[in-house]
Every structure is written in C-alpha cells, then in structure tokens.
Design a protein around this ligand. Structure first.
Ligand code: ATP
Length: 343
C-alpha cells in the first residue's frame, strides 16, 4: 500500500494551474524527490499532501485513506520548511517538546521522546540552547527532531537545506539521507537542485508546469529521459538535441568524444564538429561547437574528462563520435521520446 498517493490532483490559483492533474504513488520507506524549476508546482503539491491547501479537484490518500478535508494535524505527516520555523524564545528542548505538550503527552514521556530524537540526530548536548545560538545545520536537526517526536508516517521536506552554505549543505545532505535510511520513514523532498535530487532520491518525480513529466530512479531519469524537458533539465551541461527532419537526436556531452578516443570502435555514429570554444575546468574540458541539423547549425557541447588529452582548438574542425546506444530520439513537435530513427 502506498503511504502517500494522489489521484488526479489539481490546484488552481485564479488562472494559474499550479498542480495540474498529478497521479503520484510513493512506496513504503522510500525517499521520493519532487524536482523541477521554480514555479512548477512542487511546494503546492507538498502543501496539498500536508493539508495546508485544499485541492481544486482530485484526492490525496495517506495510508490508503482519503484525507481530503482532514486538517494537517490529523494526517500523521510532519513537514519541515526552508525556514525551519523554530520558536526563537524557546530552548531546543522546548521547541522539540512543544507539540507533545500540546497533545497532552505527560512530562516523563516527553523527556524520553526528546532524548530519543535528539540522540538520533546528535544534538542531545544542545537542549538548553536557543535557536540563535545554533548553526544552520543544527537548526535543521532541531526542526527534524521536532518532527520525529511526533512519529509521523511521512516526512514532507521543502528545500530544507537551501539556507545552508555549500559545505554544510553537503554534510547535511549526507546526514539527512542516513537518518532517513535508519528510521525508514517515507519521505517526500522538494528541491530544484538536481545534484541534491540525484544524490538523495530513491526515485525522482520531475515536474514542469504543474505536471509530473517523469517518475523514476535517478538512473532511469538521466539515462532514459521520457521527453526533451527531462533530457535537458537534468545534466550539466544538458543533453544535446540536434534536429533531423521530424525528430530530435539527443546525446549527452560526456558521450560525445573525439573519434579514436572511445575504446569500443563498434556502432559509433560520427558527427562533423567545428569547434568554437574550449573551456578547461580542471577535471573536465568543455568543448563548444556546432553540429549540422535540419534547420541549421545547432550549438552542441562535449565534456571530455582530463584523461582525454587529444588537442582540441577553437576554429578546428573535428570528427566526434557517439556510441549508437547513447543516441536518444524525440518527436520534434511533441518533445516525447520515440524509437530510433534513421540518422
Ligand atoms: P519554487 O521552487 O520557486 O518554490 P515551486 O515549484 O514550489 O516553486 P509553487 O510554489 O508550487 O512552485 O507555485 C506554483 C505556481 O503557483 C506558481 O506560478 C506560483 O506563482 C503559483 N502560486 C503558488 N501559491 C500561490 C497562491 N497562494 N496564490 C496564487 N498563486 C500561487
């Protein structure tokens, strides 16, 4: 049984279709990421699941029960926001114990639960501090502990790491993922950061304009994108798309290599590649150029690892190859993935 399920879920704000017919089903204990550009409806979808917004149409189910109409506190969910929303005048202990007290949990049980959650999160030494005396990462852990004590069946996290600096963010990401695995709680996590999504998600739902464009494991989404939006949203630099008649040929920059470089020589497709610019990035070289498409030249990129030392200069005309199995085909008009087409 899915922990969280949505059926034909829609939310409209005036003319804006923030969530436009989402059917989503999470698996027990999984880390599910909602990924998409700003304004695609991720937060609205999470708020609909939490009960903080009412849908225009469709259903939300938690643990198999339709929860439309139930207030957030009756849904057995816990939500952590970007801002953490800790009470500044309360100690860490009281911040975490607050909801338990409101529920009438007795003092000894409150103490026990707070100790349990804070030891899991490694913040048991901070119980008497106030939020302003904590680092961003510690505040995040307090916000998580506050959720944990409520023993929710699902965690809803909305960009909880976005206030942290890059270094702290990497370690907080690691910690959060380990915690989730340890306690095995189904988690739905919103982010617009593809690195975070790829690194943390068991599955990723890629959203665009209020809809889920593709749902799959990080590998499925990256290797087998279902449409040109997913193909170009993931990957840095994104997938190259070259127009040929009624279709687009897609290939990733890391699969586009100078002829002679790939060890395997079978089933390679050759493109003529006049190079306009080369960027040396240390571990990689980014090579910019053009590949001839039906409606003129298409800007195309190659990413060469530093182990590829073949000289490439701007102004040169080279032959680059892509293994045939790495070519993906899309319909030019709908953007949807199709079967292979003649080159
Ligand atoms: P971001 O990554 O920027 O937070 P998001 O993917 O979470 O974006 P949402 O916040 O869900 O996107 O917003 C989806 C769309 O709905 C946007 O066009 C937004 O302007 C609109 N929207 C969201 N909340 C409201 C509201 N309360 N009233 C009117 N429009 C809203």
């Amino acid at each position: 049984m899915a922990v969280v399920e949505t059926r034909g879920l829609k939310k409209q704000f005036g003319e804006v279709k923030a969530v436009d017919g989402v059917d989503l089903s999470s698996k027990e204990g999984e880390f599910l990421v909602l990924l998409g550009p700003s304004g695609c409806g991720k937060t609205t979808l999470l708020r609909l699941i939490a009960g903080l917004e009412q849908p225009t149409a469709g259903e939300v189910l938690i643990g198999g029960q339709v929860v439309n109409g139930l207030p957030p506190r009756a849904r057995k969910i816990a939500m952590v926001f970007q801002s953490y929303a800790l009470y500044p005048h309360m100690t860490v202990f009281n911040n975490i114990a607050f909801s338990l007290k409101a529920q009438g949990v007795d003092k000894a049980a409150r103490q026990e639960k707070v100790e349990w959650a804070t030891s899991i999160l490694g913040i048991d030494k901070l119980l008497q501090r106030r939020p302003r005396q904590l680092s961003g990462g510690e505040r995040q852990r307090v916000a998580l502990a506050r959720c944990l004590v409520r023993e929710p069946t699902v965690f809803l996290l909305d960009e909880p790491l976005s206030n942290l600096d890059a270094q702290l963010r990497a370690s907080a990401r690691d910690e959060l993922q380990q915690l989730q695995q340890r306690i095995g709680i189904t988690t739905i996590y919103v982010t617009h950061d593809q690195v975070e999504a790829m690194g943390m998600g068991d599955r990723i739902a890629v959203m665009y304009q209020g809809q889920i464009r593709q749902l799959g494991t990080p590998r499925e989404i990256y290797d087998e994108p279902g449409d040109t939006f997913v193909a170009t949203f993931l990957g840095s630099p994104p997938m190259n798309l070259v127009e040929r008649d009624t279709h687009l040929i897609g290939f990733r920059p890391e699969h586009f290599l100078p002829k002679g470089v790939p060890e395997v020589q079978d089933n390679l497709v050759t493109f003529s590649f006049p190079v306009t610019r080369v960027e040396y990035l240390g571990a990689d070289r980014l090579v910019y150029g053009v590949v001839a498409g039906t409606s003129g030249d298409t800007k195309t990129m190659a990413r060469l690892p530093s182990t590829v030392t073949v000289p490439i200069e701007p102004g040169g005309d080279y032959e680059f190859v892509v293994p045939a199995k790495e070519l993906k085909f899309f319909d030019r008009d709908t953007g949807l993935r199709t079967g292979p087409k003649p080159l």
